[in-house]
Design a binder for this molecule. Structure first.
Ligand code: AP5
Ligand code: MG
Length: 194
């Protein structure tokens, strides 16, 4: 299956994408993780991206799209979970075309939701653990303002009947089960279950 995880900053996209990808044997593609790796390596892309990321702004479409398409080319035919891409309609259209060239299409987009107070609490909690450069109060404020999935982007998938909303407020295992149910796999995919 080819999946997208949408949701505001800090809602748990990365946490859930890693669990679902591992459980199903799919690739997990996180553009945020890829951009942070570039920033750590000091590549030209990393240096450019960092000026936007540290402020909580989106990195320009062309930079992210080129990086994503290169990664997509590496994963072959296996299923994937996209975490943090697409973020704009321009990116969604680039994704559609790239998949069409491979004879593929997105099967389902999962939109994980939670109110701002929950998001802030989760990002501040992560800041204490991992020290991500954009988990500062100011960058969190900007991310919450400019980085929620825009309605037009969600409508692109909703109008195709491919969008499912999942409540991101419960504990991690409950959110995972709600996602598996939305995928139509439920508990059956759990190792050791019936
Ligand atoms: P990205 O890394 O994607 O950041 P983000 O969207 O702000 O999302 P986060 O990674 O902060 O949150 P998450 O939803 O993954 O939550 P997580 O699982 O970590 O992007 C970073 C930057 O890169 C962007 O700001 C932008 O500049 C740039 N970028 C990336 N993609 C781009 C694109 N396509 N176009 C342009 N720019 C792009 O969980 C958060 C915390 O909560 C963790 O500590 C976790 O343990 C905890 N948690 C998770 N779930 C639960 C739960 N159910 N209960 C309790 N705690 C939980
Ligand atoms: Mg993430």
């Amino acid at each position: 299956m080819y999946l997208i995880f949408f949701g505001p900053p800090g809602v748990g996209k990365g946490t859930q994408a890693a669990i679902v990808a591992e459980r199903m044997g799919w690739a997990h593609i996180s553009t945020g993780d890829m951009l942070r790796a570039h920033a750590r390596d000091g590549s030209e892309l990393g240096r450019k991206a960092r000026t936007f990321m540290d402020k909580g702004m989106l990195v320009p479409d062309d930079l992210v799209i080129d990086m994503f398409i290169a990664r997509l080319g590496e994963i072959g035919e296996r299923g994937f979970v996209l975490d943090g891409f697409p973020r704009t309609l321009v990116q969604a259209r680039a994704l559609d075309s790239a998949l069409a060239r491979r004879g593929q299409a997105i099967d389902l987009a999962i939109n994980i939701t939670a109110p701002d107070d929950v998001l802030v609490e989760r990002m501040m909690g992560r800041a204490a653990e991992s020290g991500r450069a954009d988990d500062t109060p100011e960058a969190i404020r900007v991310r919450l303002e400019v980085q929620k999935p825009p309605a037009g982007l969600l409508d692109h998938y909703r109008s195709a009947g491919k969008l499912r909303d999942v409540d991101g407020r419960p504990a991690v295992p409950q959110v995972t089960e709600a996602i598996m149910e939305a995928l139509g796999v439920g508990d059956a995919s759990r190792p050791g279950s019936r």
